[in-house]
Design a protein around this ligand. Structure first.
Ligand code: ADP
Length: 485
């Protein structure tokens, strides 16, 4: 009853332009509200033939789409952006229902996702090539950029709406078709966006949405089917490794946005209140369930006690509530495994000498609701130092020197986002350059925007989403040499 337009929830999947109530075989996916456990929708689960139908339809549609002008594609994407914006409230309700995040955050996510549609729609007009002064008198050299073709996408559950936009927007803008597999936990946001894309005039064969209970089958098919030219994946490093190995068979073009283990460093000369504010945003947004969330807080000894005290006051004030309740700042975690991992990390840290400053226990609401937790006295032998907790747990480590904290911060196989607060200009440059990360926030805890390149180094993956660089992942470069001029 919360939706203005109930037709945005459809218990079907979109396969090569056809909305289907049943997939190949009779498997179904139950989508549940993580806050209540209630079943929100029952969807068909795509099988191998469904994936193949989507790929075959995409192949034909992609050729037509690529032959249209950039301006033409931009116009349709503008309509799509306008429709997403006009339906923000409903999309946010769908998002909160299936994923649990507070409604205000869900609205923020929908707008953030929409900004990618707007940005890349505009970029559709600017796929510039190059001319190169020739190496011989009778030669003329140039570079043109063309869409890679049919693209597959696999997304996680933590940003059910924005993740769709970040992948489909550059694909559509560059002239690609896209076969999208949402996480089985959160397919409704992707389907709702597909409905709006169709209404905006995006040819429906161009953008399939295939929820499935057989993720492995989907991965194997898109990695071996010769029609699919690229895979864009966001998820765990473990699964990224599997997909990269599978894609090796056909030397597949890949973008991988994998796990993180973000350090958040506060130097003695930092503005304390700003650092605390940044830590709250970076750590507790989405209940700690983002790949760029601060995972390890390193605080210099001179400011350590005051920082912990101020942060404790803020963490105690967080409101653990159902995402639809007024004032909610922390919703439920996505599932029981997420809760177990959190408590495992807390127990491990406490066993090795950390002190619980705030939280540390199960929340009275039960289910997957947990207490936001602050630990002091964290050390590098604890699990919290090595593994991504993906939950509202802030472990605070103490350090003495810049060299020491740089080494600690880089001592991980991950390299997605890092943050630090400092004011000494020389130190700022030294630390910025020394951090082995794809993204660095200096005196800010919030770095994501459609105008900047999002992505990692090391085992956090490669490829970039957003910004002018984000188009390149969906384009192939063709060098043309004209002779006999
Ligand atoms: P998370 O911990 O966020 O669930 P995963 O990497 O397990 O991270 O999942 C991210 C996405 O990858 C989901 O859509 C999931 O269904 C999909 N996935 C999981 N295993 C595989 C696989 N073997 N092949 C292809 N996709 C997979």
């Amino acid at each position: 009853g919360r939706l203005k337009d109930p037709s945005l929830v459809r218990e079907e999947m979109l396969v090569g332009g056809q909305w289907l109530k049943n997939g190949e075989g009779d498997n179904q996916i139950e989508v549940r509200n993580p806050s209540t456990g209630d079943v929100l929708a029952t969807l068909p689960s795509a099988g191998l033939q469904d994936v193949r139908s989507a790929i075959n339809a995409a192949k034909i549609a992609q050729k037509k789409w690529a032959s249209r002008s950039g301006k033409d594609r931009a116009g349709i994407m503008r309509k799509f952006f306008d429709l997403v914006t006009a339906n923000t409230d409903d999309l946010a309700v769908i998002l909160t229902s299936e994923m649990g995040k507070p409604l205000a955050e869900a609205r923020g996510e929908v707008s953030y996702g929409a900004s990618y549609i707007e940005w890349f729609g505009e970029e559709a007009k600017r796929v510039y090539g190059d001319t190169i002064p020739g190496h011989q008198a009778d030669k003329r050299l140039m570079v043109i950029k063309q869409p890679v073709g049919v693209v597959a996408a696999i997304a996680p559950w933590n940003f059910p709406s924005a993740m769709v936009c970040r992948k489909i927007a550059p694909a559509l803008a560059s002239g690609c078709a896209i076969i999208f597999k949402p996480a089985a936990e959160t397919p409704l946001s992707a389907l709702a966006l597909a409905i709006l894309a169709e209404r905006a005039g995006v040819p429906s064969e161009l953008f399939s949405v295939l929820p499935t209970d057989n993720a492995r089958m989907f991965g194997e098919e898109v990695c071996s089917n010769p029609i699919v030219k690229k895979l864009t994946f966001t998820g765990s490093t473990e699964v990224g490794r599997i997909l990269m190995a599978q894609g090796a068979q056909k030397i597949m073009k890949l973008s991988l946005e994998l796990g993180g283990n973000a350090p958040f460093i506060v130097f003695d000369d930092a503005d304390l209140d700003e650092a605390v504010e940044g830590a709250m945003l970076s750590k507790f947004r989405n209940a700690g369930q983002t790949c760029v969330c601060a995972n390890r807080l390193y605080v210099q000894s001179g400011i350590y006690d005051r920082f912990v005290q101020k942060l404790a006051a803020r963490v105690s004030a967080l409101k653990v509530l159902d995402g639809f309740e007024e004032g909610a700042t922390i919703g439920p975690l996505i599932n029981d495994d997420a809760v177990s991992k959190l408590y495992n990390h807390i127990e491990d840290a406490v066993g090795k000498g950390a002190k619980v400053v705030v939280g540390g226990d199960r929340d009275a609401r039960g289910g997957t609701f947990v207490q936001p937790t602050l630990l002091s006295g964290a050390t590098k032998d604890m699990k919290v130092a090595r593994e991504e907790t993906f939950a509202p747990l802030a472990p605070v480590f103490k350090f003495e020197t810049a060299d020491e904290v740089i080494e600690l911060a880089n001592d991980t196989e991950f390299g997605l986002a890092a943050y630090f607060y400092a004011n000494d200009l020389r130190n700022v440059w030294k630390v910025t350059e020394a951090l082995e990360y794809g993204m660095v926030g200096v005196n800010t805890g919030l770095i994501s925007t459609e105008v900047a390149p999002f992505g990692g180094v090391k085992q956090s993956g490669f490829g970039r989403e957003g910004s002018k660089y984000g188009m390149d992942d969906f384009l192939s470069m063709k060098y043309v040499c004209m002779g006999g001029i």
